[in-house]
Design a protein around this ligand. Structure first.
Ligand code: DHB
Ligand code: FE
Length: 286
């Protein structure tokens, strides 16, 4: 497993950590063992046909083809396949796989989830440094089922710090910094004290950054708090919450912002912010 030490804040370091994490958690090819040959044939053929059509439509040249090859090789070297896919592809997948839900749909997971974050109980303070910078944020919420009944469940939360950095993917941060698992009792209620994260810039010194620069795009995601909400017999909701007024809400590089994920932070006399955000989970189908 790649670990990040104090010397590295680089695309390759965070990219390789994300690649290793992915290999460990997501089951890889085993999760599609039973996919029929016809489906693999169809999906592979249609993707390739779309590439061929782009080449014909725009008269792609050999130098451009070679630049693509060099870029794909670099994407692998930098360990940035998870970052690339989660920024530019995952939002479409998330859309088709949650469209049936009547409760919360969520949005993309991104590359920086780590399972088994410390269990904090229903009234939680996120693990953070004594001198953790950033405005305090207190989030109250309830998990219910579609019929309104409260659920004993789990809210896993992870987010960047005041520098836009994630623990385990940037050097010098405590392992579980700003990562936690909040379990609710039978009343479905939870309360989470944390800090307000800053906007996140995807790494610019690797292959993804090279594409962004070459295409004249930008590398920013708006500030966001990631969550995974689960309860027995219900569909897992994965998503992120956003803050009004962030300049990148309207042009998120990862296309993951949705209006229903916008928080309404209320400033408090002590300088902190209060938010309420509840979850409604769909029972597992059939
Ligand atoms: C990326 C980072 C994130 O924090 C996120 O939520 C989505 C994508 C990325 O660097 O690819
Ligand atoms: Fe993120």
């Amino acid at each position: 497993m790649t670990t990040i030490d104090d010397s590295e804040l680089s695309a390759a370091a965070s990219g390789n950590a994300a690649s290793d994490r992915f290999a460990l958690d997501k089951g890889g090819f085993d999760s599609v063992k039973n996919t029929p040959v016809e489906r693999v044939d169809m999906l592979a053929r249609e993707v390739l046909t779309a590439v061929h059509e782009t080449i014909r439509k725009h008269q792609v040249t050999y130098p451009e083809y070679n630049a693509l090859k060099a870029w794909l090789i670099k994407l692998g070297h930098d360990g940035e396949w998870p970052l690339f896919l989660d920024v530019w592809v995952e939002h479409a997948l998330e859309e088709v796989t949650t469209a049936h839900r009547k409760g919360n749909k969520g949005t993309i997971e991104g590359p920086y989830y780590v399972p088994n974050a410390p269990e904090l109980g229903p009234d939680a303070t996120m693990p953070m440094r004594e001198d953790e910078r950033g405005d305090r944020l207190v989030w109250d919420g309830t998990i219910t089922s579609l019929d309104g009944s409260p659920l004993a469940g789990k809210v896993e939360v992870w987010h960047a710090d005041d520098d836009g950095l994630y623990s385990q993917y940037a050097p010098g941060l405590p392992v579980w910094n700003l990562r936690g698992t909040v379990s609710t009792g039978p009343d479905g209620k939870f309360k989470i004290s944390t800090i307000r994260p800053q906007p996140y810039m995807i790494p610019t010194d690797g292959a993804c950054g090279q594409l962004i620069a070459a295409a004249g795009w930008h590398a920013w995601r708006p500030a966001h708090v990631h969550f995974k909400v689960s309860a027995p017999g219900h569909e897992l909701v994965t998503g992120q919450l956003y803050f009004p007024g962030d300049p990148h809400n309207a042009d998120d590089v990862a296309c993951a912002v949705k209006p229903e994920l916008m928080l309404d932070p209320k400033p408090q006399p002590d300088g902190s912010y209060m938010v309420i955000y509840d979850f409604v989970l769909d029972p597992v189908r059939g």
